[in-house]
Design a protein around this ligand. Structure first.
Ligand code: TYM
Length: 343
């Protein structure tokens, strides 16, 4: 049987990248699961604190994310949906794993290096100044490893931007098993399930990924966007002046991104789609992308509008989810404490 675990940060309404990179894929895995499989989907509030958050906005986003996960089609009778920050086992395990994680491995994380690059004095490339960055940004991947290992997850579906974090989780898993091998290795090495759809890129700057934090709201499409907003943003998407349509992510990132979005919505490969639009133009392609995106988002958008009014139901799902998550992770923690000598 498989134990599937994944997480998403409660930092606002998910965009198409999060939807295809996570939510839609979770639903696919849920629908393909056999009864013995266990599925855990977590809203990772503690991870969100690594960047400055307005408490009121965070609190709202945190509650909304449960509704968004359900609106995407995750079924709480089938999957355990919960707030990470309601299960203290994650932080306890993160501390224990942190005491076995070499600093060198954390320093190699691209996400950390990107933060460093942003904070570094632009005039002095040699001077890397990490003194003002918070420690949580640095230890972030350890908490992520704890999320996964607390459930002894066997499979972790993520987008490719999370691959390096998952490789670190596997390293930490092996270090723990090697350090405390008796009576048998405690953790199973979690497998990465990379989202089949390619990374969705920004509509304004197709060299960057679509992100919640980009300043230009026209760079992304949110799960709750109206048809008019979708149409406006796709029509304004940056492409290129080459005639015809081809899938060429290196030389035509904007055009290829539209094909990637179309592919994510329809399940056809971007290359096959490109073949179909070969003799066509950007205008026609964009028009079709608008329609399939609208078709894809219509149901989750309506479901979200309905669910967010049902506070009692949402609170119940989160409460039940946390209770079950606690029960499962408690079993792991009893073993962990025994092995390290804190029982
Ligand atoms: P987060 O909240 O940034 O993103 C959630 C998921 O969405 C994927 N994703 C994308 N996929 C395709 N294109 C994009 N533009 C795009 N942007 C985001 C991410 O790969 C991710 O799968 N650290 C994680 C959350 C986390 C987690 C975990 C995940 C915490 N603990 C344990 C798995 C297991 C994060 O920040 O995801």
């Amino acid at each position: 049987a498989r134990t599937i675990f994944s997480g998403i940060q409660p930092t606002g309404i998910p965009h198409l990248g999060n939807y295809f990179g996570a939510l839609a894929n979770w639903v696919r895995l849920q629908d393909a699961a056999v009864p013995e499989d266990k599925l855990f989907f977590s809203v990772v509030g503690w991870h969100a604190l690594t960047l400055p958050q307005d408490p009121k906005a965070l609190s709202e986003a945190r509650a909304a994310m449960i509704a968004l996960i359900l609106a995407s089609g995750v079924d709480p009778r089938r999957s355990i949906v919960f707030h990470q920050d309601e299960v203290q086992n994650h932080t306890e395990l993160a501390w224990i794993l942190g005491c076995m994680t070499p600093l060198g491995k954390l320093k190699r994380m691209t996400t950390w290096k990107t933060r460093l690059a942003v904070s570094r004095n632009a005039n002095d490339e040699s001077e890397v100044d990490d003194s003002l960055l918070n420690a949580g940004l640095f230890t972030y991947p350890i908490l992520q490893a704890a999320d996964i290992l607390a459930y002894r997850a066997t499979h972790v579906p993520v987008g490719d931007d999370q691959q390096q974090h998952l490789e670190l989780t596997r390293d930490i898993c092996e270090i723990f098993n090697r350090t405390y091998p008796k009576p048998a290795p405690l953790f199973r090495l979690p497998e990465i399930i990379l989202t089949p759809s390619k990374r969705i890129l920004s509509l304004r700057d197709p060299t960057a990924k679509m992100s919640k934090s980009a300043v230009d709201p026209n760079s992304r499409i949110l799960l709750t966007d109206s048809y008019d907003t979708i149409a406006k943003r796709i029509r304004a998407a940056v492409t290129d002046s080459i005639s015809g349509i081809t899938f060429d992510p290196v030389n035509r990132p904007g055009t290829s991104n539209l094909l990637t979005i179309l592919s994510a919505c329809t399940g056809e490969t971007p290359t096959a789609l490109a073949g179909r639009y070969e003799g066509s133009n950007h205008g026609v392609l964009k028009k079709d992308v608008v329609e399939v995106v609208e078709e894809t988002l219509r149901r989750p958008r309506a479901e979200f509008a309905r669910l967010r009014e049902d506070r009692a139901f949402l609170l119940g799902v989160a409460r039940d989810g946390a209770e079950k998550a606690r029960e499962y992770s408690d079993r792991t923690m009893v073993e962990v404490r025994k092995r390290v000598g804190l029982n």
